[in-house]
Every structure is written in C-alpha cells, then in structure tokens.
Design a binder for this molecule. Structure first.
Ligand code: GDP
Length: 356
C-alpha cells in the first residue's frame, strides 16, 4: 500500500508524533495476523459515515480505511552528499509515495533547535534543498546517457527534454512538485521531489489559535497541504477518555484531534479516496486511487471481482441516509446501476454484481 515518509530536522517532534501514530494503529485491531513493521504507523482514516451505515445495516463491525506513515530518521544537511546516514535516508524517501515533513513551530526553551532558532521557512528550505540536490545528481548522471539514446531512438528525445526541463526548475531551488512539473516521462529515474509533499507544523497553543500565523504558514507551503497539531498533546489524547480528550482539545482551540486531520491530509496527498460497502457483517471503507472506475474499485475487494465485473449498484451516502434503508432508497429511485466506465465518487455506497 502507499506510504508517506516522515522527515524533518532533529528535535522537531518526529518521534513524538510517530509514537502517537503507532499507538493509534488500526492494524493490530483489525488484522491480528498481519506483520507490523516497527517503523510503520497505520492510522485509521476517521469517517463518521461508517457509524451511520453500521446503524442502518446493523453491522457487527466497522472497518475504516487507513493511512500508512513510515518513520524515516532525521535528515541532515549534507544528506545528498552521502554524509552520515544520508544515503540511507534518501533510499527510504525514494521508497515512500509522498513526503511528510514535520516542522517545529512550538516554542520551548528546553528543547534545543539544531540551528539555534525557530524558523519554519528555513527548516522547510533545508530539507527541500537536500532533496533538490539529490535529484540534480540523479539527473546529471542520467542526462549523458539520455543524450546518447536520443541520438538513435526517437522516443527518448522527449525524455531527455523532460530531464533538462527538470534540471532548470531544480536549479532555481524549487522542487518538481512545487513547480507542478510534468514528470510522467521521468518515472524511470524515481526522483524525490516529484513526490507530493505534506507539512505537519508541530505547534503550541499560541500558534494553533493564531489564524493569521496559520494562514501565513499554509501559504508558505502551498500547493502542499498543511496540518497543524501539537504532537505532545496528540500523544496525551490517546490516554484519555472521550470527554477528557474533548476538553483538552477545546483548551487548545481545536475541535478534533490533529491525528484525524493528519490522516485525512495524508490520504488525499497520496491521491486516494474511498467508497463504502455496508451489510450485517461490516460497514467498511475501501481505498481506491482518485479517478478509479467501478471495475477497478471492485478489484480492491477481490481481483476476481474486477475480472468478472458486470455492474455496480450505487447509492450516494446522503441519499441512503435520507431514505433510511436500502429498500427505501431503491423505491425512491435513488439506487443507480453503473457500468464499467463509471468513475467512482467519494461517498458512493456500493454493491457489485459480478460473474465468478
Ligand atoms: P525528533 O528528533 O524530531 O524525533 O524529536 P522528538 O520527538 O524526540 O522531540 C524532541 C523534544 O521535543 C522532546 O523532548 C519532545 O518531548 C519535545 N517535543 C516534541 N513535540 C513537542 C511539542 O509539540 N511541544 C513541546 N513543548 N515539546 C515537544
């Protein structure tokens, strides 16, 4: 499954956040026989719709979708030159599908900052620069080979052009994701900065309640998404019962846990969406890429479902809830039959018809 790699400078709160993520792990609860890697946190994608479906269908259990975060040890300046553990970091990042940078914006004189001061823009640039340099190295190695290939193979010329265009962007100090560069042709090089980025600002109450500051930081990282949370509070929340947790959140001006926001932002950063199934056994969210068709969605449940796909019986969650039951939704004409070209929508409640 797709993963987000957690990166960041030392002492920004990565371990604190990752510990909270793993303690909130869904894998252990739903898949008792799965192997759980120590550096992977699989967190549930909160979805209140599942509770509603479980009531309508009297489901025995609820299975949410999940998002996987991989803990990649702190990146350091000079990583692109292979300094220290640099090469290992870069290899780990290469294996991730998106990059999640934790940025410190909390104030605490007891926690030392590597550069001696708190400066979010500079921390973001430090990491981006290492990744940009690593990509430049990859491209500079590849370009002479691509030039040679382009001389004899017509179809390699566009790849060479894309590589040169990427170098121009990177030389400006921009990531390829930031520049929204078209890097489809450069897939074979597994560049780092083409991956989608997500920023987690590890904040304190002062920042969490300062709308202007949050807007400023959100704009700083656009088009990447920004999530604001207090990693220390997130860890504490998991120890509390619901009402104490709600009180603690309210005291720092939040209406839901930061981990919930992080799960949602991570999920969409990976380009994923869900559809829903419901029955007496379970109400469940299934993960598909944005833009997936009905047969592809069926294939996530079982590969045979994709092969034998006939049609999908679909009702939107809102229509289903308004009708009160599947039968009532059917009588109201709200249940549609969709064929193999149908592109799935978020909130589709589905039953597939297939040949086996
Ligand atoms: P890492 O090096 O990025 O993994 O950072 P750690 O998670 O080990 O955190 C470094 C120090 O900062 C530890 O002493 C944490 O307790 C502290 N810390 C982490 N998050 C927060 C936070 O949100 N607020 C405050 N005040 N301290 C934090």
């Amino acid at each position: 499954s797709l993963t987000l790699g957690i990166v960041g400078l030392p002492n920004v709160g990565k371990s604190t956040l990752f510990n909270a993520l793993t303690r909130n792990d869904v894998l252990a609860a739903n898949y008792p026989f799965a192997t759980i890697e120590p550096n992977v946190g699989v967190v549930p994608l909160p979805d209140a719709r599942l509770g509603t479906l479980a009531e309508i269908f009297s489901s025995e259990k609820i299975i949410p979708a999940s998002v996987s975060f991989v803990d990649i040890a702190g990146i350091v300046k000079g990583a692109s030159e292979g300094a220290g553990l640099g090469n290992k970091f870069l290899a780990n990042i290469r294996e991730s599908d998106a990059i999640c940078q934790v940025v410190r914006v909390f104030d605490d004189p007891d926690v030392v900052h590597v550069d001696g001061r708190i400066d979010a823009a500079s921390d973001i640039e430090t990491i981006a620069t290492e990744l940009v340099l690593a990509d430049l190295q990859t491209l500079e190695k590849a370009i002479p080979r691509l030039e040679k290939e382009a001389r004899t193979q017509k179809d390699r010329k566009p790849v060479l052009d894309a590589a040169n265009a990427a170098v121009a962007i990177l030389n400006e100090g921009r990531t390829l994701f930031q520049a929204k560069a078209d890097t489809e042709l450069l897939r074979e090089l597994t560049l780092l900065t083409t991956k989608p980025f997500l920023y987690v600002f590890n904040a304190d109450e002062a920042v969490l309640t300062d709308d202007a500051r949050r807007t400023e930081l959100t704009e700083l990282v656009a088009p990447a998404q920004a999530v604001f949370l207090d990693a220390k509070v997130e860890a504490e929340l998991l120890e509390l019962d619901d009402s104490s947790a709600a009180e603690l959140l309210e005291s720092i001006g939040q209406d839901e846990p930061g981990l919930a926001q992080l799960a949602r932002a991570g999920f969409s950063t990976l380009g994923l969406q869900t559809y829903l199934t419901a029955g007496p056994k379970e109400s469940r969210a299934w993960t598909i890429p944005q833009g997936a068709t009905a047969p592809q969605a069926a294939g996530v449940i079982h590969t045979d479902f994709e092969r034998g796909f006939i049609k999908a019986e679909i009702v939107s969650f809102d229509d289903l809830v308004a009708a009160g039951s599947m039968n009532a939704a059917k009588s109201a004409g709200k249940v549609r039959m969709e064929g193999k070209d149908y592109v799935m929508h978020d909130g589709d409640v589905v039953e597939f018809r297939f040949n086996v």
